[in-house]
Design a binder for this molecule. Structure first.
Ligand code: SF4
Length: 388
């Protein structure tokens, strides 16, 4: 979105389909092998639809494997790989004006806007490619974030989701105020008039401290929702993954979080079929997840990334077993999600309607991340709804 907005400021017209485009910019991701394959497939689709268009590939996949992208492309396709976004401007003949063009003011048709405040990770989890392409931790200047959020609020956005690869590592200097961490930044953002909600996209468990929990507990604006990736509920697998915690520390932190914020929704990510995950390890992971009672779980089958430590581990789990384990987790996820929702039956909760469904109804989320569908009411309204 930022790139799009900057290009619009440079005078570029954004069109609705590839057929009409002189240039297509693909912001690639390389987090899994599937993401790489999706990107290559997408490039082929653009080339088929509009052979004349020039395709610019940027983002993490471009940074990690430009040669792989070039060799996967049709000889006649007009593809150029430019990993660094800033260079796209000079390639297109523009000079990038950073002041106001680096601030996003509009997201297409949503009440929720995403604001990136941090980038980079140096944790080197054994399955993850991110530190190989973005190991440098970077935090955005607070004044710039505040201005961007103010602009979004004045354009009608009510919920701001703060994003970053390691949000909890946010740390930046702000004139007069000195060094700000994530909690300090949240305190500043809370002061913005008209901003209704602030949501944190994801935090590592050891980045959650009492200061943050006290702030969430006492805040009218910060959502009662934390997404904390667990990845596995088995200590041996966590060690193989090079995750920096054990299950006991994780469950103790969840207990502390719920003490401070009893109605909080705690969501997570789980990887199934990591190398070495035998039946026993799988069930210990499954049982831990069941005990923690997450309110929503994103489940991923382990996907081997060449170049990572995990790709070299023996005891890779066959695809069929991964699928079976995925299915077990999907059933568990559904049960836990419903159990969490049941706690709020007959309670009035505020819902920010964000999305228009195909049948004309609206849907949105509560502060603690329960999705609610509404037959009446309009977009941009905050309604008190009963969940039943
Ligand atoms: S914390 Fe681990 S999984 Fe997350 S981005 Fe960093 S290395 Fe990857």
């Amino acid at each position: 979105m930022l790139l799009q907005e900057q290009l619009i400021h440079c005078g570029v017209e954004v069109v609705s389909s590839f057929e009409k485009a002189n240039f297509c910019i693909v912001n690639s991701c390389t987090v899994t092998q599937n993401a790489d394959a999706d990107c290559r497939q997408f490039i082929r689709r653009i080339t088929r639809t509009n052979p004349q268009t020039r395709i610019i590939i940027t983002g993490c996949y471009a940074l990690r494997a430009s040669e792989e992208i070039y060799s996967a492309c049709d000889k006649n396709s007009r593809v150029v790989v430019i990993p660094e976004e800033e260079r796209i401007f000079s390639y297109l003949g523009f000079s990038l004006i950073t002041n106001h063009s680096s601030l996003i003011t509009v997201f297409n048709g949503r009440t929720r806007a995403f604001v990136k405040i941090q980038d980079g990770c140096d944790a080197f989890c054994s399955y993850c490619i991110v530190p190989y392409v973005r190991s440098k931790l970077w935090s955005r200047e607070p004044g710039e974030i505040i201005t961007e959020v103010r602009n979004l609020v004045s354009n009608g956005y009510k919920e701001i989701v703060l994003t970053g690869i390691r949000l909890g590592k946010y740390q930046a200097i702000w004139m007069r105020h000195g060094i700000l961490d994530l909690v300090d930044l949240l305190v500043e953002l809370e002061k913005i008039k008209g901003l209704y909600r602030i949501r944190l996209s994801s935090l590592e468990v050891n980045e959650i401290n009492e200061r943050l929990l006290k702030l969430i507990a006492n805040s009218e604006k910060i959502c009662h929702h934390l997404h904390i990736p667990l990845q596995s509920g088995d200590d041996r697998i966590l060690r193989l993954m090079n995750r920096q915690y054990k299950t006991e520390e994780f469950s103790e932190k969840i207990r502390q979080i719920r003490n401070y914020v009893p109605d909080i929704g705690v969501t997570t990510d789980i990887i199934v079929g990591f190398p070495g995950e035998d039946e026993e390890r799988f069930f210990s992971s499954y049982q831990f997840v069941e005990r923690v009672e997450f309110s929503r779980i994103h489940i991923f089958p382990y996907s081997m990334r060449p170049g990572t430590v995990a790709a070299t581990l023996s005891f890779q789990v066959p695809a069929k077993i991964k699928r079976e384990r995925m299915e077990k987790f999907v059933v568990l996820e559904c049960r836990l999600r419903n159990k969490f929702k049941q706690k709020f039956i007959n309670q009035k909760m505020k819902v920010l309607l964000d999305k228009e469904e195909k049948d004309g109804t609206f849907s949105g989320f509560t502060s603690n991340y329960i999705r609610v569908y509404a037959n009446r009411g309009g977009r941009n309204e905050t309604l008190g709804l009963k969940i039943s």
